[in-house]
Write a protein that binds this ligand. Structure first.
Ligand code: PLP
Length: 385
């Protein structure tokens, strides 16, 4: 290792959240200072300035996703956007038929389960293979039986697998099914520039693209009266968060290519560093269709919580999704992939980001390898006793 990281612990958990970009912070600070008006107070200039800032952010999100600004609706989070999309898909309908992958984010799974319990939807769960990749045939089978809505994430928040969204969208369009695409993890890592016209609902979150927490967006290209009704009387908008989200989307759009190649290089350095030192290391997920910043590994026989306990002060990584790992539940994603138990028990999710450096990566490799060797040493001592 050639240097010392600028900050410890080294942050390698960008699937969970991203640090705010200084350009976002600056724009938000200015908005908090100067745009204090209530955007609903359109009778005076102070209110109109705040309303104009929201419209500017709508335009930034529209450019990001290729839709019209009036099709961008701000929500409290991606989870909130998912609930609202499902509400819109079910409003006024009897029971509707929905398909979703087993590896969707818990926010989607919970919302679908709640609607199913209320008798408003019936759900077909689509299978994934051992790489977490969609079994496209299971979607075609479900479409042949008749579906009203298909919910697919664009990329997975645990293993980073990228889904064949173009194929899904065209199959759904042909079969007459609507689509909800959860682009929360894909945003800033994949090109979303035509998604906003092709999907019926697109879900985004501010804090995954170096923007603030507590702000998300639902893109609805067919903004019918139902949509406007759902979003009217939503309370006073969080102007500063919306401004920050808009700037974050702009940066993500204009720097996409550069960011993709820098993070892929760093992720590959991380993967190579770990796999050359740890010969039993397994890389999980679909390595051919994987988010550029994402690395999901297992080291059979080395419990993931033991690794975290040893390196927590040096490197911030996780055993799974933020919510699942907080609850210490086995990951539903790894279960759906049918990963063998030793791979599940030792699974570690790592992700580099915009501010990660080579020094950070080398430091993390060294810390993880040191922890694994120490755990192996302790296990061998135990056996010898
Ligand atoms: N969808 C995916 C794919 C996610 O990764 C997340 C967050 O981890 C969410 C939805 C929920 O995002 P939020 O924290 O904005 O509710």
């Amino acid at each position: 290792m050639t240097g010392v990281p600028a900050k410890l612990p080294v942050y390698l958990d960008h699937h969970a959240t991203t640090p705010m970009d200084p350009r976002v912070i600056e724009a938000m600070a200015a908005a908090m200072r100067d745009l204090f008006g209530n955007p609903n107070s359109v009778e005076h200039a102070i209110g109109r300035q705040a309303a104009a800032a929201i419209m500017a952010a709508q335009s930034q999100l529209a450019k990001f996703t290729g839709c019209e600004p009036e099709h961008v609706f701000f929500t409290a989070s991606a989870s909130d956007a998912i609930r609202k999309a499902l509400e819109l898909a079910t409003v006024g309908a009897g029971m509707i038929s929905v398909a979703a992958m087993r590896v969707e984010h818990p926010a989607t799974i919970a919302a679908l389960n709640a609607l199913a319990q209320d008798g408003r939807i019936e759900t077909t769960w689509l299978d994934v293979d051992a790489r977490g990749q969609l079994e496209v045939e299971s979607l075609h089978r479900a479409l042949r039986k008749g579906l009203d809505l298909v919910c697919i994430m664009m990329a997975n928040n645990e293993v980073g697998t990228i889904y064949p969204i173009a194929e899904v969208l065209s199959a759904c369009r042909e079969a007459g099914a609507r689509t909800m695409i959860d682009a929360t993890q894909a945003a800033g890592r994949l090109d979303l520039s035509s998604l906003g016209t092709l999907a019926d609902f697109v879900v985004l979150s501010g804090h995954k693209i170096y923007g603030p927490k507590g702000i998300g967006a639902l893109i609805v290209p067919d903004a019918a009266p139902d949509v406007l009704r759902l979003f009217s009387h939503a309370g006073t908008p969080n102007v500063a968060a919306i401004v920050g989200f808009g700037v974050a989307a702009d940066v993500a759009r204009t720097e996409l290519d550069q960011e993709r190649s820098t993070t892929a290089r760093l992720r590959n350095r991380l993967q190579e560093g770990l796999s050359s030192a740890l010969e039993t290391l397994n890389v999980n997920g679909d390595t051919e269709h994987r988010l550029p910043h994402s690395l999901h590994i297992s080291i059979p026989g080395i419990p993931n919580d033991a690794v975290l306990a040893r390196i927590g002060h040096e490197v911030a990584i996780s055993t799974g999704a933020a919510c699942a790992s907080g609850a210490q539940e086995p990951s539903h994603v790894l279960r759906a992939m049918n990963l063998p138990e030793p791979l599940v028990d030792s699974a570690l999710r790592l992700s580099v980001g915009r501010f990660t450096t080579d020094v950070d990566v080398d430091f993390a490799v060294e810390a993880i390898v040191r922890a694994v060797c120490a755990i192996q040493g302790a296990q061998e001592e135990k056996i010898a006793c």
